[in-house]
Design a protein. Structure first.
Length: 614
């Protein structure tokens, strides 16, 4: 939430800042702003999107070889122009952008007001820049030291970048809890900073990810990193592997649609090289290296938020079925505050597309402090979760830009399937024949997803046209298809703003059935191998009350066709692999409904892709 970018170098900063903000807009789009330093410190900011900021700024002077930019997801203060970043010191000499929350801002603000400061905005960020300024004035120190001293007084999370008119050859940035990447150009004295690497990759592939509690100072073209305790650090430079094409829409109308259609490749990439279906060799080093630990595990706890939590539910079913090890799935936000019972014999698996979700990070920190083995299933390479876990597996889905998760979900499920099979193998719970059958079937999944996308795309669009004006939707599924129902409902809510609920099919009669009438579309996942007869009865119950049935069935199904209003066929697969296929038409359904309702599919209202505040 909130995206930040900054430039320091020989060229004008403006183009990099604007392009970078567009790339980071998935992190928040309530307001946007930039500050440019060129003798003068000029600020342009505006409520609304980056394109609106661009319109305003491009009419003014955009020169300046130092610059900072921000796209906001509002936490403190309503999303208006005054609360938009950058925020300034009282004399307007210092400008600050911030991603995170300063928790003790009230106390700090009171002290500053007593000192005579007055504030323009309602933000915690303005308090921080006033504090930095007050310290610099009172102590007569340089900007780095003023920032360092201020951060020692701050409680909360931040990624910040500061520019100073008093010291135009210096740019200071710091992080704690919110991500920050520094790109180092081949051009001497040129640096790019951003919340993630996507704005940077076009300019340089050499980056360093700041660690929590580190402050970077770029002064006279030289970069140094110190901790907030003033200890020098050597930057660890890595090479980015993101391709530029992956960050563009590539001819699709929306990123979400592109990402839905990328799933055959994404799922393939998530499994590539991790097993061999002929030799039955299992090659996930992150598990193989922890064999002793895994053999002695008491249980696994999976934590995540949103879509990742849904993938976690599929993971629970998979691990319990194959490895016969108890699994609990928790919302990270609940887990972290309820003093959970965690021991050294537990493994805590965090699932997160971004690898930055604040609640998931905090849940992992807690589990780590209690001695558990912590394992990450993340998509964004180099993000915070993979850097703090003992082991983990990337999902290799490639950049996901649409705010609603699609390929991130299916690749998480694919990786969790491998984890379940791997753990089962290590714990001696996997028969070779079954493993052979699973590997062989997994090999076919990318191609089945491809075929499914081809076969169902037009039909789902037609169904969407029929139900786009519905006020409510119900999604039902049993077993492995229950998390699919939850995910289908979440997708619809997120991007079309239609109220939708996912339920275990059998639970319908304990409440939701009261809602069913001829106005209520019910999406039922009724595939052949997943409690088929029982789901069929649930469909009858809906039809008896005149509900409309949109059923996802296995190819060739005859029975559901007779009673459902619409059937969408998916290829047959193992019971446990059904979520990898059944999710696809539900993603398309929500996508088309949202488009037909004129919603902003890639940037739905009030949401942000990466939630780095709790
Ligand atoms: C936000 C996003 C969701 C996502 C959730 C967890 O709410 O809008 O799409 O599922 O965060 O994000 P993570 O990056 O941890 O998977």
């Amino acid at each position: 939430m909130c995206g930040i970018v900054a430039y320091y170098g020989p060229d004008d900063a403006y183009d990099f800042l604007i392009k970078g903000l567009h790339r980071l807009e998935y992190r928040g789009y309530d307001s946007a702003g930039i500050a440019l330093l060129n003798g003068e410190l000029r600020v342009y900011k505006n409520k609304g999107k980056v394109s609106e900021l661009e319109e305003i700024a491009s009419k003014g002077n955009t020169e300046g070889t130092r610059g900072i930019g921000h796209t906001r997801w509002a936490t403190h203060g309503e999303p208006n122009t005054i609360n938009a970043h950058p925020h300034l010191s009282p004399d307007g000499d210092l400008a600050l952008i911030h991603n995170g929350i300063i928790e003790n801002h009230d106390t700090l603000k009171k002290a500053l007001i007593e000192r005579g400061n007055t504030f323009k905005s309602d933000t915690d960020t303005e308090v921080l820049i006033h504090l930095i300024d007050a310290i610099q004035q009172a102590e007569g120190v340089d900007l780095f030291e003023a920032v360092r001293l201020a951060l020692n007084e701050v409680v909360g999370a931040y990624a910040i970048v500061i520019l100073s008119k008093r010291d135009p050859n210096t740019l200071i940035a710091a992080r704690k809890g919110s991500p920050l990447v520094v790109g180092i150009s081949d051009k001497e004295g040129e640096y790019f900073l951003a919340s993630d690497a996507t704005p940077i990759v076009e300019y340089t592939r050499k980056v360093t990810y700041l660690e929590d509690g580190e402050i970077v100072s770029i002064h006279d073209g030289q970069m140094t990193i110190k901790t907030i305790e003033n200890v020098s650090k050597t930057p660890f430079i890595v090479n980015l592997e993101i391709s530029l094409e992956a960050l563009e829409k590539g001819g699709y109308e929306h990123f979400m649609l592109k990402e839905i259609f990328e799933q055959p490749k994404a799922i393939h990439d998530s499994m590539r090289g991790r097993f061999n279906s002929e030799t039955l060799h299992f090659a996930m080093a992150s598990l193989n290296e922890f064999q002793d630990k895994i053999r002695n595990l008491d249980r696994i706890v999976i934590v995540g938020c949103g879509t990742s939590w849904h993938a976690g539910l599929v993971g629970e079913y998979l691990i319990e079925e194959f490895a016969r090890l108890p699994v609990e799935v928790e919302y990270a936000s609940e887990f972290r505050y309820r003093n959970p019972i965690i021991t050294e014999d537990d493994m805590v698996i965090a699932i997160s597309q971004s690898g930055e979700t604040a609640d998931t990070l905090a849940a992992l920190e807690l589990a780590k402090s209690k001695g558990a083995t912590i394992y990450g299933v993340c998509n964004v390479v180099g993000s915070s979760i993979p850097r703090m876990t003992h082991a983990g597996a990337y999902t290799h889905a490639g950049p996901e830009i649409g705010v609603a998760s699609t390929k991130a979900f299916t690749t998480q499920v694919a990786v969790l399937t491998l984890i379940a099979l791997g753990i089962a193998g290590i714990r001696g719970k996997m028969k070779r024949d079954k493993l052979r059958q699973m590997f062989a079937e997994l090999d076919t999944i990318p191609q089945k997803v491809e075929q499914l996308l081809k076969n169902c795309a037009d039909q789902v669009e037609q169904i969407a046209a029929e139900y786009k004006d519905s006020k409510n939707f119900l999604y039902l599924g049993r077993g492995y298809n229950f998390p699919v129902a939850l995910e289908g409902a979440l997708k619809l809510k997120e991007i079309s703003y239609i109220h939708a609920e996912g339920y275990p099919a059998a639970e319908m009669k304990h409440g939701p059935i009261a809602l069913i009438d001829e106005e209520m579309p019910v999406v039922v996942i009724a595939t052949k191998r997943n409690y088929y007869e029982k789901v069929l009865s649930n469909i009858q119950e809906v039809k008896a009350r005149k509900g409309k049935i949109i059923a996802v069935v296995t190819e060739g199904d005859e029975k559901v066709k007779e009673i459902a209003d619409h059937v969408i066929e998916i290829p047959d697969t193992e019971d446990s692999l059904t979520p990898l296929l059944a999710t696809i038409p539900l993603q398309l359904l929500s996508y088309h409904i949202a488009v037909m309702r004129g919603c902003n599919v890639d940037q739905p209202r009030n949401l942000a892709k990466s939630v780095t505040v709790e």
